[in-house]
Ligand binder design. Structure first.
Ligand code: SF4
Ligand code: MG
Length: 327
């Protein structure tokens, strides 16, 4: 297989006092070497839980109850915590939305990047410092020698996110998982950061999973898109086909509510209604209460994710005529 990562039939549930919350339900997708894929959906759709599951960072009361996370064809769900630590922050690294909470306020950024390097690579302090400065310049810090000594709170949000990218890249990861990496930043800075991530990934052939609620971000960055709703994948396609010819009513709704893409339209529509919480999923299609095309059948039976021969897939009764390759 030329897949770097294969997520197979992932189910991640939370066992709370008020019952079981099935946050992720049978999610399957793969990432090839050097590929950038996007996982898009509104908050609560299961995209962050999916990424935390990949990293084996689901804590009690959460649990992966079914499925496999195959990285280099080895199932990470069977790894001990000790073995997973050799992968996490090393072969697979991550960037989250709020850099300030991920950086330690009492150490300089240079110190933190150096430590990250020394954690997984056998280099002395001097070499680690040199590599840190190189990384800081790679991520576009204007004066890396000086900024090496800066404390996190003295940097702007955009600068801090660059530092996080430098840190995530310090171990030359094969896979970078970025969960809403630019959501807290203004649009101009957001564009710069995304461009930076994309350039760095193509330079080093790093695969990226980009998690976002923003299809505008997806359009700038990714090769392939996975759309999630109610803990399931509802559509997957290459980025051009998805924007050109969205099939699932939810994907269409997302596109209609994305200003950067439909800026010429007179009115932006937003999708009516709210995402059902995972403990209140209806029987039948999860999207039925917000779907303008909902039929009687949609309220009774859940549609399967139907995979077409071109590799795209969609979960909707309006698109069930194609051959099922496998689900
Ligand atoms: Fe809408 Fe029915 Fe398709 Fe669900 S299955 S998205 S309710 S048309
Ligand atoms: Mg999230």
């Amino acid at each position: 297989t030329d897949n770097l990562l294969e997520v197979k039939n992932l189910h991640t549930h939370f066992f709370t006092e008020n019952g079981v919350i099935p946050s992720v339900n049978g999610v399957t997708f793969s990432v090839k070497k050097g590929e950038v894929i996007g996982i898009v959906g509104e908050s609560g759709c299961g995209k962050s839980v999916t990424s935390l599951s990949i990293l084996q960072l689901i804590n009690k009361p959460g649990k992966i109850v079914e499925g496999e996370i195959r990285f280099h064809d080895k199932d990470l769900t069977t790894f001990s915590e000790k073995d997973i630590r050799k992968i996490r922050g090393n072969k697979i690294s991550m960037i989250f939305q709020e850099p300030l909470t991920s950086l330690n306020p009492v150490f300089t950024i240079g110190h933190q990047i150096s430590e990250a390097i020394r954690l997984h690579q056998k280099v002395d302090k001097k070499e680690a410092k040199q590599r840190s400065i190189t990384l800081l310049s790679k991520v576009g810090m204007a004066n890396p020698e000086r900024q090496y000594h800066a404390f996190p709170h003295l940097l702007s949000g955009g600068m801090r996110q660059r530092v996080m990218i430098a840190m995530a890249l310090s171990c030359n990861p094969e896979l970078l998982i970025a969960d809403e990496p630019t959501t807290a930043l203004d649009v101009t800075i957001q564009k710069q950061i995304l461009k930076l991530m994309k350039n760095l990934s193509s330079e080093s052939n790093t695969s990226i999973i980009l998690i976002t609620h923003d299809l505008g971000v997806i359009a700038e960055m990714v090769d392939r898109v996975v759309v999630m709703y109610g803990g399931e994948i509802v559509e997957e396609n290459d980025v051009y086909s998805l924007f050109e010819n969205p099939k699932h009513p939810y994907t269409k709704g997302l596109l209609n509510s994305t200003p950067k893409i439909h800026r010429l339209k007179e009115k932006l529509q937003s999708i009516k209604g709210n995402v059902p919480t995972p403990d209140q999923l209806p029987s039948g299609c999860n999207f039925q209460d917000r779907c303008p095309f909902a039929m009687k059948k949609c309220r009774e039976i859940s549609p399967d994710l139907v995979v077409s021969s071109d590799g795209s897939s969609v979960r909707c009764w309006l698109h069930q005529e194609k051959e099922v390759v496998n689900v």
